[in-house]
Design a protein around this ligand. Structure first.
Ligand code: SAM
Ligand code: ZN
Length: 967
């Protein structure tokens, strides 16, 4: 095999620090490209920036590192670090130079440094030196290609660090975003920002003239900023027929310092409910909402109209936004802080009726090629992405009220008009750029202006349509005043977009943008230096379906400017590489796993084709199942790639751990690869490796990686994923691996060996003094299990898990699995590697579907204190009633059921060391100090193994857990 100088990313990467910056970046808003427009599953720029640098720059420690790069890097690093007083590094020493480069990468991934001149210049100088040293022609730049470019994070960072970028995506909306980020902002920078602001304000003024009457100010000068509505159904209770407003809650504002709520006034006779607003209320004074999971409880007669009827009724009224009930108007008052809440008046209702009438007039007068109102159908969407059709919202226009459509169509027309003015006014390139940005502003407005928006109770602000990657039904919605200068208004959107232009005006070179299918890439063979991409992940996001929400508006504004990419009525779907039927691997309809995997393999083969033989590939994969992982790895290998490293960065573990109760081993892993090619670019097909060689190399490789990672604080699942790459290199550098019998070894079989090797190595680290082999299988498994779930220090950011707005009727309650949950397949692999058998460990581990749960110690009480299986069953039956007891006094409970306490307070010592330790922990947890003392003195004091296991587990049980305290 030909070899090429290793890049930094193939030897080391400061993933802890980069991840911290990536996480922090999520709270950064002003000027961040994510605020230009929604795109789903954007990668943090911090991670992209670091990865690109480390992929472009060679590792100075390697013997074959080009000497010129080493020389340049020495000078550049000295120039960068010395002025900041960094004297600990002797840049002549290649190891120190490597450290200097990695430290630079870590610091540069900080958002605050991303626009600083000294960082930008340093990065660009290193990129240029590496490029030429690795054979690039002077005066050219290395090309970074991303065929799944989405919102453009990867190519933007390529430009920032001094590379050239080629970004493509199948989706027209994504292509447009890339054009703004990679072509227009680099080219027009501050001018673009200024023009966008100027014309955005012009649109606001013009819109005000036309629309002001439909958002009237209050007679006392207050300005309505949002109108809170509820869809309604007719009560189907016997003889009732009252109108039931569908409300999730009666709250309007729920801050500790300020609170408002609605209170119902029932009129039994008229079968009608009215409202009053109450202020400074306590939770107990606020009534329940009327709708729960789609079933609507009548405030008049109490009858619950079932979800099927709710749906049927709303379906007949195309979602029921048009005749929803206005409940409350939120206003601001001149010179006064805060929001005010008032009941609606006739004026408000007149304005709504007038808007509807005006829209009808305009519809009748409209003569354009495309309908005025976006009447494109929505019935084709899967209900897990778009729930509108279930309720009769069968055209996109049904997702908006008449007043919303009136405002949106007015803005659309004004953007078209600006386009006409601009063509006369300035160069056509700039005109197109300005018009495109204005169209994105209108898109932002669409996001804030549908009937799927909510009022955020604690933030007292309007929440836009896309707070998640789906369009759920929202019963009670917030309609923003488009003209207001407060939350959700048009001027706000102008501000966001112009700030992005301003902040990113960095004198970057322009990138190249294309609308293309990744499975059929437009670039020629061997033209890229780096292939770095973040492809879609199975069913997690249905980009094309979601993006239609914006496409319908964009097409009306921009099809003249971009006739090629706005050809079709809706976004193209056929070639999109996703899974449409989660859980149905062999679904007969729609795209299934097999479709996804086969297309992804073609796209990966395309990536290898366009990459030069000495180039480097990085693919971000995030998938929660190990089988998904295996399929993707197999696709990479089949597509002719050698996997050389893998880095989990910003794995969102912190978030997901909270959201899903520690059930996730899925992370965003950057898989680093090289083409398995001859220098000519031909894929090598006849390198055969021997299984015995592969197997003997594996543990050495793991041993060389894992402790290094641990030293940097990378442990648990992150460490396991970091080991996969190097382990896979041993296997994937061959075209195939054969056993002595000639049988070909499947990747799946090899991966089992990898997990086993990692588990053994990790166990060796956990039990520093030995490898834990003296312990029984339950202790080995427990230790490794906890280690896998551990995140190391400083990884436990809390998140704002504000679920109060979850509106969908079908939301199942949050999973409340207690204990330590791993995906079953991962647990099985770990167990196997440790020679433990899950099926023998049923008193320690519970397997349920695709999850395996290491039982909390408290749940082992029955087993450890001698309750037989009959009693255990009884326990299970009475689970609910027992919960309280379990927390209150486990031992007491068991005693009550099985006999006098004196016998049980010192249990018969468990049969394994782990059991005995857990017994002691439970005695402690129940305050049975005498019993515990006796147990220690008589049974376990001499048990050295137990004390050392306790020592190890005390570090592994998660901080804050009961177990940690007890042990
Ligand atoms: C995970 S997203 C990329 C996100 C991007 N890295 C960012 O930070 O914004 C995956 C992208 O793949 C695109 N896509 C799906 N199938 C495609 C195909 N066949 N060809 C090109 N792009 C495709 C989707 O439109 C989506 O934008
Ligand atoms: Zn009723």
């Amino acid at each position: 095999m030909p070899t090429y100088p290793k890049r930094l990313i193939e030897v080391d990467l400061p993933i802890k620090r980069i991840s911290a910056h990536a996480r922090r970046e999520k709270s950064i808003r002003h000027g961040h490209i994510s605020t230009l427009h929604i795109w789903w599953a954007r990668r943090p720029l911090a991670a992209c920036r670091a990865v690109i640098c480390a992929a472009l720059w060679p590792d100075p420690v390697q013997d074959d590192c080009p000497p010129k790069f080493r020389e340049d890097a020495e000078a550049i690093m000295a120039h960068f670090w010395n002025p900041i007083g960094r004297t600990d590094l002797d840049f002549h020493d290649p190891m120190a130079l490597r450290k200097a480069l990695l430290d630079f990468i870590a610091d540069f991934s900080n958002w605050d440094n991303s626009t600083k001149k000294e960082y930008l210049e340093t990065a660009r100088a290193l990129t240029q030196s590496a490029h030429v040293a690795l054979g690039g022609a002077p005066g050219t730049r290395p090309l970074v290609v991303d065929p799944f470019a989405g919102g453009g994070s990867i190519p933007l960072e390529a430009l920032r660090v001094g590379a050239d970028a080629f970004a493509s995506d199948l989706n027209p909306v994504a292509v447009l975003l890339n054009k703004v980020v990679l072509e227009y902002i680099p080219k027009y920078g501050q001018t673009l920002a200024d023009e966008v602001r100027k014309w955005g304000e012009w649109i606001k003024i013009e819109a005000e003239k036309e629309l002001g009457q439909f958002y009237p100010k209050d007679p006392d000068g207050a300005t309505p900023i949002a109108y809170l509505w509820a869809r309604t159904v007719t009560c189907e209770g016997p003889g009732c027929g009252a109108e039931v407003p569908l409300m999730r809650s009666m709250w309007l504002a729920k801050k500790s310092s300020r609170s408002f709520a609605l209170r119902m006034i029932r009129d039994q006779e008229k079968k009608r409910v009215d409202f009053e607003i109450i202020q400074d209320v306590k939770p107990k004074d606020v009534g329940e909402g009327t709708v729960r999971r789609g079933s609507a409880t009548c405030p008049v007669c109490g009858y619950a109209t079932p979800v099927a009827s709710t749906r049927k009724q709303l379906k007949a009224r195309r979602g029921g936004a048009a005749d929803a009930r206005l409940l409350c108007v939120v206003t601001t008052r001149p010179g006064q802080q805060g929001r005010f809440y008032r009941l609606p008046t006739e004026r408000d209702l007149d304005a709504v009726r007038n808007a509807a009438a005006e829209l009808e007039r305009r519809k009748a007068a409209h003569t354009g090629r495309l309908s005025l109102v976006p009447d494109e159908p929505t019935e084709q969407y899967h209900t897990f992405v778009n729930r509108g059709p279930i309720y009769g919202m069968v055209a996109w226009s049904d997702f908006f009220t008449s007043r919303q459509v009136l405002s949106m169509t007015t803005l659309v027309r004004l953007v078209q008009q600006v386009g006409d003015c601009l063509v006369v006014d300035c160069d056509s390139g700039l005109a197109g750029a300005v018009q495109t940005c204005l169209a994105l502003i209108v898109d932002r407005q669409a996001d804030a202006t549908s009937s799927l928006c909510r009022w955020h109770l604690t933030g007292e602000k309007h929440t836009a349509t896309f707070s998640r990657q789906a369009l759920p039904m929202v019963w009670d919605f917030s309609e923003v005043n488009v003209l207001s200068e407060s939350t959700g208004g048009f001027l706000g959107a102008v501000g966001w977009v112009s700030q992005v232009c301003e902040k990113n005006a960095l004198n970057l070179a322009s990138g190249h943008v294309a609308c293309a299918n990744a499975s059929n890439h437009p670039l020629p063979d061997d033209s890229a230096r780096v292939f770095f991409t973040d492809p879609p992940y199975y069913y997690s996001v249905q980009y094309a379906d979601l993006s239609d929400f914006f496409y319908i508006w964009l097409r009306r504004m921009l099809s003249g400017t971009y006739p090629d990419i706005f050809k079709t009525k809706l976004t193209p779907k056929d070639d999109e590489i996703i899974v449409q039927s989660p859980g149905h691997e062999f679904a007969s309809e729609g795209k299934n796993n097999a479709f996804y995997e086969s297309r992804m393999k073609i796209a990966m083969a395309e990536g290898r084709r366009i990459l030069e033989p000495s180039g480097i590939g990085i693919i971000v994969f995030a998938h929660t199942s190990t089988s998904g992982w295996e399929a993707m790895l197999q696709a990479m290998i089949d597509a002719g790639w050698i996997i050389t490293a893998s880095w989990p960065i910003d794995t969102e573990m912190a978030n997901r751990v909270l959201a899903q109760n520690r059930s996730v081993l899925g992370s965003s892993v950057h898989l680093v690869c090289r083409p398995r090619e001859d220098p000519s670019g031909e894929v090598r097909t006849d390198d055969v490796g021997y299984w015995s060689d592969v197997l003997s190399e594996l543990p050495q490789r793991i041993h060389a990686w894992l402790p290094g990672l641990a030293a940097e604080g990378v442990v648990g699942a992150d460490a396991i994923f970091s080991c996969l790459g190097p382990a896979l290199e041993i296997y994937s550098r061959y075209s195939r691996v054969e056993k002595a019998s000639g049988e070909v070894v499947a990747l799946k079989e090899y991966l089992e060996e990898v997990w086993a090797a990692v588990s053994r190595e990790a166990l060796g680290m956990i039990f520093e003094s030995g490898d834990g082999s003296g312990l029984e299988e339950d202790a080995r498994l427990t230790a490794m299990w906890l280690w896998t779930l551990s995140a190391g220090a400083d990884n436990g950011d809390s998140i704002d898990n504000n679920n109060e707005n979850e509106a969908d009727e079908d939301k199942s309650p949050k999973s409340t699995m207690k204990g330590f949950v791993l995906e079953y397949d991962a647990a099985r692999k770990i167990a196997q590697g440790l020679g433990a058998h899950l099926e023998n460990l049923t008193t320690l581990v519970e397997v349920k579907g695709d999850k395996a749960r290491l039982l909390p110690v408290s749940e082992r009480t029955a087993y450890l204190f001698g309750l037989g299986s009959h009693a255990a069953k009884k326990e299970h039956k009475k689970k609910k009633e027992q919960q309280a007891t379990l927390y209150g006094g486990v031992v007491a409970k068991v005693e009550a059921e099985t006999g006098p306490s004196s016998e049980l307070s010192v249990p018969a010592p468990g049969s394994t060391v782990l059991d005995r330790l857990h017994q002691a922990m439970l005695l402690f947890s129940n305050g049975r100090s005498d019993a515990l003392k006796r147990f220690i003195e008589e049974d376990i004091s001499q048990d050295q193994g137990l004390w050392s296991l306790a020592q190890s587990l005390s570090a592994l049980y998660p901080a804050g857990s009961e177990e940690r305290r007890w042990v």
